[in-house]
Design a protein around this ligand. Structure first.
Ligand code: HEC
Ligand code: HEC
Length: 115
């Protein structure tokens, strides 16, 4: 192989390595209910979750590693599963309004009780 060919090969290998490591870093590590491909998409949804319950990320997360489970995160995962089932099985007609955390929680950790 001549010098140009060798240089070309190295460039391809290095570029491939950079791209693969970036995309690995941007992949969620432990999604059991949600099906987002990237951390960014996951965070966009998480903002609606936090707003729905009127809490910050730390209510559910260890901020050093978002993929670790906590007690609140485990409850929230079940709530996400429930919400998904409600939407897919019960609010599935065309233009049906979709159930969100907000629908029940209304910005509270625990949904308001009857007044
Ligand atoms: C009410 C609890 C709750 C709040 C508040 C919350 N999250 Fe989450 N988050 C979860 C749950 C549950 C999962 C895992 C979902 C699954 O298993 O599909 C998750 C997963 C994630 C992940 C993917 C971690 C991985 O690699 O597996 C990221 C990133 C994340 N959340 C970021 C955030 C950010 C940023 C905020 C604040 C804006 C936030 N979350 C607020 C419950 C919460
Ligand atoms: C159908 C109504 C409903 C929906 C939709 C709903 N929740 Fe809940 N959630 C409740 C109720 C009711 C409670 C209180 C249960 C109790 O404490 O007895 C609760 C409690 C919780 C708790 C425990 C709070 C605490 O103080 O420890 C978390 C966390 C939670 N929900 C997360 C979520 C998330 C995240 C979503 C959206 C993905 C969601 N919920 C959607 C009804 C709902």
């Amino acid at each position: 192989m001549n010098k140009t060919g060798f240089f070309f090969l190295i460039t391809i290998l290095v570029t491939g390595w950079i791209f693969s490591s970036v995309s690995d870093k941007d992949k969620p590590k432990d999604l059991q209910v949600l099906s987002f491909e990237t951390i960014n998409e996951t965070k966009t949804y998480m903002k609606t979750v936090a707003k729905g319950l009127g809490v910050k990320c730390i209510f559910c997360h260890n901020l050093d590693d978002f993929s670790l489970d906590t007690d609140h995160k485990k409850i929230a995962r079940n709530m996400m599963k429930m919400t998904k089932t409600l939407n897919e099985d019960y609010f599935s007609w065309k233009d049906a309004r979709q159930i969100e955390c907000w629908t029940c929680h209304q910005g509270e950790k625990e949904p308001p009780e009857k007044k």
